[in-house]
Design a protein around this ligand. Structure first.
Ligand code: PGA
Length: 248
């Protein structure tokens, strides 16, 4: 079972709007494919209360690599587990670019998440400069290899991977299905090489970057695109549910 659609709310929301959005997702009933929402930390309790016993899972958008201690402002894996999170996004390009998440720290976060029973959604992706320089594969390979080297092949194989070209995030500019498929196939090939063919076939590889109801079916129709990590469109229940429906 490889299909999955995950909403990444980023730093959006509030108690009232979340209530309406979560209620609409819950009311959608039986999901055509597994779905989840990754909400800001303060709303984990709200997500849990709204989605418990539903077909929608929930998770967080980041986590500390440390178990506990003097790390003001950080949130540990055990804290996320306290709120029954299934997923945690790790290495989102916004964390990498704006908050200093290095490949090494991302690998440590993957390791910590798995040790605490959470499923990491490991994000990789190139910037526009990198794509134009023709180093897309080298960049995503480096990001993936760091997790394999520092957390181990078993850890990499246990992740959901999200390929998110940085130039397509929040820009309205989507990778074409063919561009995305080429990178997804490359990533699956590397996972096969490092973790074994069976595990590569079983790995869920999501595409993220301006996925909308209008382009979701074409993207998800590609052989190695198993669903999406959805930012802006995950904030509108109707759009998110239409994208989920396109992933069947
Ligand atoms: P977007 O964001 O769908 O708004 O482009 C995707 C993401 O950053 O995960």
């Amino acid at each position: 079972m490889r299909k999955l659609v995950v909403g990444n709310w980023k730093m959006h929301g509030g108690l009232a709007v979340n209530g309406a959005l979560l209620g609409a997702l819950r009311a959608a009933g039986h999901a055509p494919c597994p779905m989840a929402v990754c909400v800001p930390f303060p709303y984990l309790a709200q997500a849990r209360a709204a989605l418990e016993d539903s077909t929608v899972a929930w998770g967080a958008q980041d986590v500390s690599e440390h178990a506990s201690g003097a790390y003001t402002g950080e949130v540990s894996v055990a804290m996320l587990a306290d709120f029954a999170c299934r997923y945690v996004i790790v290495g989102h390009s916004e964390r990498r670019a704006l908050f200093g998440d290095s490949d090494e720290r991302v690998a440590a976060k993957v390791k910590a998440a798995l040790a605490g029973g959470l499923k990491p959604i490991l994000c990789v992706g190139e910037t526009l400069d990198e794509r134009e320089q023709g180093v897309t594969e080298a960049v995503v390979e480096r990001q993936l290899a760091a997790v394999c080297r520092l957390a181990g092949a078993d850890a990499l194989a246990a992740c959901v991977i999200a390929y998110e070209p940085v130039w397509a995030i929040g820009t309205g500019r989507t990778a074409t299905p063919e561009q995305a498929q080429a990178v997804h196939a490359f990533l699956r090939g590397r996972i096969a090489q490092w973790c074994g063919a069976d595990r590569a076939v079983a790995t869920t590889i999501l595409y993220g970057g301006s996925v909308k109801p209008q382009n979701a079916a074409d993207l998800f129709g590609q052989a190695d695109i198993d669903g999406g990590l959805i930012g802006g469109a995950s904030l509108v229940a109707e759009d998110f549910l239409a994208i989920v429906a396109a992933a069947v």
